[in-house]
Design a protein around this ligand. Structure first.
Ligand code: NCD
Length: 356
């Protein structure tokens, strides 16, 4: 039962959902199947092509709203809690901007890991149970993999949106990445996509692979150092979902006809103190320069990055029209606006004259 039908309200806590759901989703997490209302968004596994189409069709309307001088009132009266236990610039601020563009309000400590009751020893479950009494939706970023899933099962009256759970998933990032690819190529199938950097720990990579696996004929090249490769069992899982995967180790193996390069940061924070020496050794392994683009990329490709970057894309590349990482950040706000409207069941209140 979607949370909407338990009414998205500040009502007393209902009991935990124990419903079984398909797609290997944990109990209580539902597939979207074209109906977002009241549902948690914790994994790309909840999505199908139809749901992604609905989301993408809402984006131009969101762009229209964002272009206007004043914000809309679509989410007036809605309160959204932003609970970010890990640092964030883009995901946090684009959610906050999205909520404000739509006339909603935001609550939440800017640094809950330090300034919420977590520091006194409160666990995530108690924090979520408390927050759901104050708001209509919770956006959660947490260092623990599956934290959003657990929070979604704990919170029974409001939807949870996963804004990144450890090395697990980052569904809203994948959706904005897919939108950026779709904007450029007009399709999400039959593409050659190169993913580079921290393939093993990159939650944006994991969710994007899941998204690409929904479409026919996608071929993926994974370039990383040996210790940051995608584990064999995960490669198998993605292959079973329909992706063709090539693990490569050098820039010379990059196919010249790749449509997309998706570069990522080597995530220092995912290395244990013991492994830090390793980080120092590999941190400069793959760096995009103008020279390198000239040698290995074609004229029509796009260079993406979820950001933040450290040094893995040289600043000289920013002015290349193929570099779209700052376009991605803007698309992130539109995608999150669209998602909020759909999850909160407000799509019918978008003015009909909004251009698409
Ligand atoms: C990414 C994240 O937090 O997973 N950033 C983002 O949300 N845009 C990638 C990263 O931190 O490297």
């Amino acid at each position: 039962m979607p949370k909407s039908s338990r009414s998205i309200s500040r009502a007393p806590i209902a009991k935990k959902s124990t419903k079984f759901t398909p797609n290997n989703l944990p109990s209580g997490i539902e597939i979207i199947d074209g109906n977002f209302k009241g549902k948690d968004i914790v994994s790309l596994d909840q999505f199908d092509k139809k749901s992604i189409k609905i989301l993408f069709e809402t984006v131009p309307k969101m762009r229209n709203i964002a272009m206007k001088a004043s914000s809309s009132k679509i989410l007036a009266g809605k309160i959204i809690s932003l609970l970010f236990y890990e640092p964030s610039t883009r995901t946090h601020d684009s959610f906050e901007a999205a909520i404000k563009q739509l006339g909603g309000s935001v609550i939440g400590s800017p640094n809950p890991a330090q300034f919420s009751s977590a520091i006194k020893g409160e666990d995530l479950y108690d924090t979520i149970k408390t927050e759901e009494g104050y708001c209509d939706l919770i956006v959660l970023r947490h260092p623990q993999t599956k934290a959003a899933q657990d929070a979604a099962t704990a919170a029974t009256t409001v939807p949870i949106i996963n804004a990144g759970d450890g090395i697990g998933e980052h569904p809203t990032q994948a959706l904005l990445d897919m939108y950026t690819i779709y904007e450029k190529f007009g399709k999400l199938s039959n593409l050659k996509i190169l993913l580079v950097g921290d393939i093993k720990n990159g939650r944006t990579v994991h969710s994007l692979l899941d998204g690409l696996a929904l479409y026919q004929g996608n071929e993926v090249y994974l370039l990383s150092t040996k210790n940051l490769r995608l584990p064999e069992d995960e490669i198998k899982q993605f292959e079973n979902k329909g992706l063709k995967i090539h693990t490569i180790t050098t820039e010379d193996e990059i196919p010249k006809d790749a449509h997309v390069w998706y570069w990522t940061r080597i995530q220092k924070e995912r290395f244990s103190p013991k492994e830090l020496k390793n980080y120092e050794k590999i941190k400069n392994s793959f760096i995009v320069t103008a020279q390198m683009l000239k040698k290995h990329a074609n004229k029509n490709m796009i260079l993406m990055h979820p950001l933040p970057r450290v040094n893995e894309i040289s600043k000289e590349v920013d002015s290349d029209p193929r570099a779209v990482y700052f376009k991605q950040t803007r698309n992130g706000m539109y995608i999150r606006m669209a998602l909020l409207i759909l999850v909160l069941g407000k799509q019918k209140t978008i003015r009909p004259h909004s251009k698409t």
